[in-house]
Ligand binder design. Structure first.
Ligand SMILES: Cc1cc2nc3c(=O)[nH]c(=O)nc-3n(C[C@H](O)[C@H](O)[C@H](O)COP(=O)(O)OP(=O)(O)OC[C@H]3O[C@@H](n4cnc5c(N)ncnc54)[C@H](O)[C@@H]3O)c2cc1C
Length: 380
């Protein structure tokens, strides 16, 4: 069963108040921010905002109170994510920790790991990055070569990760590391919680096309990681990491990255009175609404304990296609946009035209997702 009525959120009690509270918090913080800094906001780290979100109880919303969490519903959490992203709040510092690292530690971590790490995530103080990709191991993740060798003192890690977003601004990486032989492929992989301040770790930022430096390369030179920082069983890394992917692929960040452009287009359409702009707005809003329904249905399925890998892949594939198409459609329609003028609309459109090709790469490429969908539907 893919998307269906069985997995729907009903509006939780107090939904409107929660929505208003989050909107007020985000707008208060963003008052002087232009639309460009509101686009792709979950790639913009800002610890001050994450601390504010932590104080307001917006991180770790569904996690147990004994680790500092708030034991709210998944529907309430969805409302919070949606409002923060729609406003363009700079959520990047805590995003990965809140979306997947904390959930992974709750599921597979030890009690010691949970007690040590999760309260800091909830307060908006502890940040995580994802250590999957390596030079030569992106889509073919099972070919990961960074290796952990078991010794009397712990695990010695050697190798390199690449494209780890905000590793240089994070406290921890959850890394997929080879503990068995390369021939074992998936079976030879394990997950480690790596404290990025440890000796032997060298993090180098990579500048992207838009001029930001949030990507990194992370080098491990004989890094000694105690066995207490292993997550789950040795050899179970693949199973654990694939369970994490549904959390990574189905949220509202997969269709709201270009939302500030839609807002700007609506404002532009109101003043220009052009029918072609109205048509594009209507089409974009209708598509957004369908994506939202699909994403919420997948979130409801996740909340019921299922692992909707195929649904999450569909949401990400269609959602990122939408996020990429909108800037292109606006450019095609508004030939008069002067990118050199420096006005907000031109800068926003220019930024999204440059950044959006990456939207369908991060979190698994379009071709890889379509392979997963085809397999899930029994087509291959
Ligand atoms: C903005 C951004 C943020 C990122 N953040 C992180 C992060 O925090 N942590 C992290 O670990 N990684 C991160 N990545 C890396 C991302 O996960 C990889 O770029 C992605 O998995 C693709 O891997 P690759 O770049 O090695 O490309 P390749 O795997 O080399 O793919 C190249 C091309 O070949 C196609 N291809 C590959 N295999 C197949 C196949 N079997 N069938 C059909 N087509 C195929 C791909 O679709 C792609 O078009 C990030 C990437 C981006 C763009």
């Amino acid at each position: 069963m893919l998307m269906s009525d069985t997995f729907r959120f009903t509006a939780p009690p107090g939904a409107d108040e929660l929505r208003a509270k989050v909107r007020e918090l985000a707008e208060g913080y963003l008052a002087d921010k232009d639309p460009v800094t509101r686009a792709n906001c979950w790639m913009r780290p800002d610890p001050a905002f994450s601390l504010l979100a932590g104080e307001a109880g917006l991180i770790g919303m569904v996690w147990p109170k004994k680790y500092g969490g708030h034991e709210r519903t998944a529907a309430e959490r969805y409302i919070v994510m949606e409002e923060l992203l729609a406003a363009g709040a700079p959520v990047c510092s805590h995003w990965v920790a809140d979306r997947q690292s904390g959930a992974l530690l709750l599921k597979y971590g030890t009690e010691e790991q949970r007690q040590k790490i999760i309260p800091g995530i909830v307060r908006g103080e502890t940040y995580f990055c994802i250590g999957l990709s390596e030079p030569g191991s992106g889509s073919d993740l099972a070919s990961v070569r960074t290796r952990a060798t078991h010794t009397a003192e712990g695990w010695r890690i050697n190798g390199q990760k690449i494209w780890s977003t905000i590793a240089h601004k994070s406290h921890y990486m959850i890394a997929l590391i080879r503990t068995g032989s390369e021939e074992e492929r998936q079976k030879g992989l394990s997950q480690f919680l790596i404290d990025l301040s440890m000796p032997g770790i060298d993090i180098r930022p990579i500048r992207d096309l838009t001029g930001t430096e949030e990507f990194t390369e992370v080098f491990f030179d004989d890094v000694l990681v105690p066995d207490s920082m292993r997550i789950g069983e040795v050899g179970e890394g693949w199973k654990q990491v694939t369970a994490e992917l549904a959390l990574e692929r189905s949220g509202p960040e997969r269709y709201l990255t270009s939302f500030s452009l839609l807002n700007a287009l609506i404002r532009f359409g109101q003043t220009s009175g052009r029918d072609d702009i109205r048509r594009l707005v209507g089409q974009a809003v209708a598509e957004l609404w369908s994506l939202r329904e699909m994403s919420m249905s997948t979130a409801a399925k996740l909340a019921s304990g299922e692992d909707p890998v195929v649904e999450a892949s569909i949401v990400k594939d269609l959602g990122t296609g939408y996020e990429q198409e909108l800037p292109r459609a606006v450019q095609a329609l508004l030939e008069e946009v002067d990118f050199a003028s420096g006005d907000d609309f031109g800068r926003l459109l220019a930024y999204l035209l440059q950044a959006s090709p990456s939207f369908s790469l991060r979190g698994g490429t379009r071709e890889v997702l379509r392979g997963i969908i085809a397999r899930g539907l029994g087509l291959r």
